[in-house]
Design a protein around this ligand. Structure first.
Ligand code: NAD
Length: 512
């Protein structure tokens, strides 16, 4: 225990979820789960061995044939029930997220709502899985296309969205007839277990949804397992690259979403009060632990002074503390995350950036020894400083100053990441140009965190995504199914005959 008020007896021992019930695991290795607002250890979570991963995949594999053959009507009925239960009990899930991640309750509820949108989208599976049919492609020949499930698919998720990121994938994978093995972040394991129980209550057959806890051992076991057909990964770029390279080398379909450095470009004609509000939301919401958080604000043509003043006033008014209290911003997820962020603040100062708001001294409304850093604002940041080049993943907003739109565009496009970006302007022509010219997967026009709706697809470019397919939307159904085309002809006795009286034609078939 690291300084909280909980007694040792309050520390829960979690299990994997395999074949519809808890499984203790064989490794003997455990990780501690903490409440980041107090620093107290609240649970221990088993770290899977390769043998545990085998058991999890075997359970999923044995559930697959029956689930694949379950009618779409029955499958979607389970999804609808899951949606209703989730809707009714969203508050429970939000509380679990706040207790292990630290984000404030309202933000956690927002995360659940965005995940629920994907469940609702996946309820439309019968329409989205429809193939196409052509009659008389050739004389008497019909062609039909089908999309079929892959089998067992792995989902490996990061700590920052314990519910929403897994929900980008598993509702669609399950609706399409696959069985899912979810490997959640070991920092926030309880949301996945809560979801597993909800699936069971909704009537999902045992083995269709599995939770395997762990670290690299579990991930590598899934990436190399012959019975895992595909892996969806979300996390840091270094691990995403490893997952993509290892998974594809083992013949799997892989989509690996990585880290980010998201820019917000502000043109001189923008409404600076609106921009300041949005910059504070996008920079400090969820303590900056969002893959779509804005961490670099590019102020064009002399707006920086007025903007920095406005952002600083708002940032210092934010209340930082325990997410269960009346606060705007919670803690970082761990002591290591907090120390990493304060290390970057020190580096920014040493590199010569102007520290306008210093979150290291922010007053905090919490008990115990939580992992807090308050909103932090740097001005006069340049592209060679580590606070710009690295993904900090904390509440640190950097302002960079440029003279023209073209300089701003070049700056954004030169960045190795390409997840989200936003432009703030009242000039439709400039916004339209930006939309076309910027090399980033998700673009906001006067929208700072442009997370696409569930029926569109989520994904970045460049170092923010390895693979060809983005998450959810039509691309999600595409990722979790493979195509088959059936060409059929039913014998017509009247058409018998052919060349040379043998009835056999060795020529390449033409459509006639
Ligand atoms: P992480 O890369 O440390 O962990 C992600 C997952 O990979 C976890 O399940 C973890 O257990 C596992 N893992 C960690 N190290 C591993 C290793 N060496 N080998 C195999 N598996 C490993 O990421 P995180 O700290 O949990 O999450 C934050 C990161 O995720 C940030 O970089 C953020 O930008 C990114 N993220 C990206 C998106 C996106 O949509 N692009 C969304 C959310 C988060």
């Amino acid at each position: 225990m690291t300084g909280g008020t909980l007694q040792q007896t309050d520390v829960e021992t979690l299990t994997h979820w395999v074949g519809g019930s808890g499984l203790a695991g064989t490794s003997g290795r455990f990780a501690e789960v903490t409440d980041p607002a107090t620093g107290a250890v609240t649970a221990t979570v088993p770290m899977a061995s390769a043998e545990d991963a085998d058991r999890a995949v075997a359970a999923a594999r044995s559930a697959f044939p029956a689930w694949r053959d379950t009618s779409l009507a029955r499958r979607t009925r389970v999804l609808f029930r899951f949606r209703e239960l989730l809707d009714a009990r969203a508050g429970e899930l939000a509380a679990i997220i706040t207790a292990e991640h630290g984000k404030v309750l309202a933000d956690a509820a927002g995360e659940v709502a965005r995940g629920q949108e994907v469940v609702e989208f996946a309820c439309g599976a019968p329409h989205l899985l429809k193939g196409s049919a052509t009659e008389n492609a050739s004389t008497g020949v019909d062609v039909t296309s089908l999309r079929q499930p892959l089998g067992v698919v792995g989902v490996i998720s990061p700590f920052n969205f314990p519910a929403m990121v897994p929900m980008w994938f598993f509702p669609i994978a399950i609706a399409a007839g696959n069985c899912v093995v979810l490997k959640p972040s070991e920092k926030v394991p309880s949301a996945a277990l809560w979801i597993a129980r909800l699936w069971a209550e909704a009537g999902l057959p045992d083995g269709v949804f599995t939770v395997l806890h762990g670290d690299r051992t579990a991930v590598d076991a899934l990436l190399t397992h012959p019975d895992v057909a595909a892996v969806s990964f979300v996390g840091s770029t270094a691990v995403a690259r490893h997952v993509y390279e290892t998974g594809t080398a083992h013949g799997k379909r892989v989509q690996a979403l990585g880290g980010a450095k998201n820019h917000m470009v502000v043109l001189p004609d923008a409404d600076l009060d609106v921009v300041a509000d949005q910059a504070v939301n996008a920079g400090f919401g969820s303590a900056g632990e969002r893959c779509m958080a804005v961490s670099a604000l590019v102020a064009v043509g002399g707006v920086a002074d007025a903007l920095v003043e406005r952002i600083a006033a708002r940032a210092t008014a934010l209340r930082t503390g325990d997410g269960r209290r009346s606060c705007d911003m919670g803690p970082l997820v761990s002591a290591a995350a907090r120390d990493r962020v304060t290390g970057y603040v020190e580096a920014g100062v040493a590199d010569g950036a102007t520290l306008v708001v210093d979150g290291r001294s922010t007053p905090v409304d919490a008990d115990g020894a939580g992992f807090f850093v308050g909103p932090t604002l740097f001005d006069h940041v340049t592209t060679d400083m580590s606070i710009y080049t690295d993904e900090i993943f904390g509440p640190v907003l950097s302002v960079l100053r440029v003279d023209t739109y073209d300089e701003a565009l070049a700056l954004v496009n030169a960045n190795p990441y390409g997840n989200g970006t936003a432009i703030f302007t009242n000039d439709g022509g400039a916004a339209r140009r930006f939309r076309t010219e910027v090399e980033v997967g998700m673009v906001g026009i006067n929208v700072p965190v442009p997370v696409p709706a569930a029926y569109y697809s989520f994904g970045g470019w460049k170092g923010s995504l390895f693979g060809d397919t983005h998450a959810h939307g039509a691309e999600g159904f595409h990722f979790f199914t493979r195509g088959k085309v059936v060409t059929s002809r039913w014998a017509d006795p009247a058409a018998r005959g052919g060349t040379g009286g043998t009835g056999v034609d060795l020529g390449f078939p033409r459509n006639v």
